[in-house]
Write a protein that binds this ligand. Structure first.
Ligand code: MLT
Length: 312
């Protein structure tokens, strides 16, 4: 039996190649509006998305009125998929956690160095014709403390890289034992200790009702005035209004974000602050990560549709 797969969002063509090898019919329709996905989804056994397509209850319902059995997310976060509706309707959901983790961890490390060495203002000022060495004195990250909130695949890789750069690593993760943390060279800490003792805090959490606005006016107030916040995980983990106030009033030295509550963020006041640096959700945007997630998502879907379950 041949299965049909709809690929929305821009996903590397190796994804379709895996399906072709399994004699599946894969159709790539990137940037298809939700209404159009809804109109045609019933004709497919599987849907593959990245982060642009919102896989709503309406799409899942239409899908299951037809042939839809599985939705694959080529990436880690599944917050663009209505998981409750998928469960209710019996649609399997897979993602590819870990496959793009190194790309995200490398971006976090880049931000550590960008922030500590004032690389962003250095570039801006040089391009503006200045040779302003004095105001661009930075500091070394060696010997500083980074607090990681969340020790999943990205958090653990970030810990290893930070250790190699000579940082002390504190980690908070209720699902991670103190022994496992120690093996990683991470000291397990309470959230309040992470906020109050870290020179850098980096978030490595999914966005859930429990983690939404975890970084807020109260937790920001616990941070050292000399500290920096890095969020390459999910928008909505940080209360952006509270962050703006903390940065503007000098309660925090600086912050970096690859993710926003709303994406794109529009004319966010944060973007006007000199001590805020940001990128447009490019954590997983490396050649290696995008090939990896595209292949893995396709392989899992082929396995599920042909065998009815997963071997691992
Ligand atoms: C993920 O969830 O894997 C990352 O946020 C990257 C992406 O949006 O694909």
């Amino acid at each position: 039996m041949s299965f049909k797969v709809l690929i929305t969002d821009k996903i590397e063509s190796v994804c379709a190649d895996v399906f072709a090898k399994a004699s599946f019919l894969a159709e790539e329709k990137p940037t298809l509006p939700a209404k159009d996905v809804e109109a045609i989804i019933g004709g497919y056994d599987a849907l593959v998305v990245r982060s642009a397509t919102e896989v709503t209850e309406a799409i899942l319902k239409k899908g299951t009125e037809g042939a839809l059995k599985i939705v694959g997310r080529a990436g880690a976060g599944v917050d663009n998929i209505d998981l409750a509706a998928a469960k209710r309707l019996g649609v399997e959901v897979i993602n590819t956690p870990g496959v793009n983790a190194n790309a995200v961890a490398e971006l976090v490390i880049s931000y550590l160095i960008i922030l500590s060495r004032k690389l962003w203002p250095a570039l801006d000022s040089l391009k503006a014709g200045k040779w302003d060495k004095k105001s661009l004195t930075g500091f070394e990250i060696k010997g500083k403390t980074i607090g990681l909130i969340g020790l999943g695949a990205v958090g653990r890789l970030t810990a290893a890289k930070a250790k190699a750069l000579g940082l002390k690593v504190l980690g908070y993760d209720p699902y991670f034992s103190a022994d496992s943390a120690e093996t990683l060279g991470v000291k397990k800490a309470e959230l309040s200790e992470i906020f109050s003792q870290s020179d850098f805090i980096s978030l490595h959490l999914p966005k859930t009702p429990e983690t939404t606005n975890l970084v807020n006016q109260t937790t920001l107030a616990l941070m050292k005035k000399s500290a920096f916040l890095i969020n390459c995980a999910r928008g909505g983990l940080v209360d952006e209004k509270a962050l703006y106030v903390a940065l503007k009033e000098g309660h925090l030295a600086g912050a970096a974000a690859d993710v926003f509550e709303e994406e794109p963020p529009g004319p966010s006041p944060l973007l006007e602050l000199p001590n805020f640096v940001a990128s447009p959700h490019i954590g997983a945007s490396t050649v290696e990560a995008q090939l990896g997630v595209a292949i893995k998502a396709a392989e899992l879907i082929v396995e599920y549709l042909t065998k009815g379950s997963f071997t691992s």
